[in-house]
Design a protein. Sequence first.
Length: 153
Amino acid sequence: MAEAKKIIENRRARHDYYILDTYEVGIALEGMEVKSLRQGNVSLQDSYARVEDSQVFLYDAHISPYSHSETRGYNPKRKRKLLLHRKEIRRLFGKTQQSGFTLIPLRMYFNEKGLAKVLLALAKGKHLYDKREEIKKEDLRRDMATAMKDRDS
């Protein structure tokens, strides 16, 4: 079997949010958008998902137009439908109604079958002091690793 091919990763999301749960979801795309994804012309910066009318939509994901296609009337930031089971949609709707919870795309990739997928995360926003605390812990961990390496040399 072929390995999943990563298109883009939203690394900023793990810094700005606590990731509580993840879902692998399909995404409804137009033909030229798939070709553009294969070229890696996508940005997940500032994108999010929302449950509306028993469906989940991805907002503000920028997929640039494919270079060899007609782009008249194409909106690169249009809302795109995400494909989930009805039971998962109901569960996500209930969770996102709670204060502070949101749906964030972490990664977009092609699976083994060549289908475009999005790794969607149920997340809770971090406060500025949480981010500072995390940076301090990472610096401390890095310093300890360096000290252990120097000690062993």
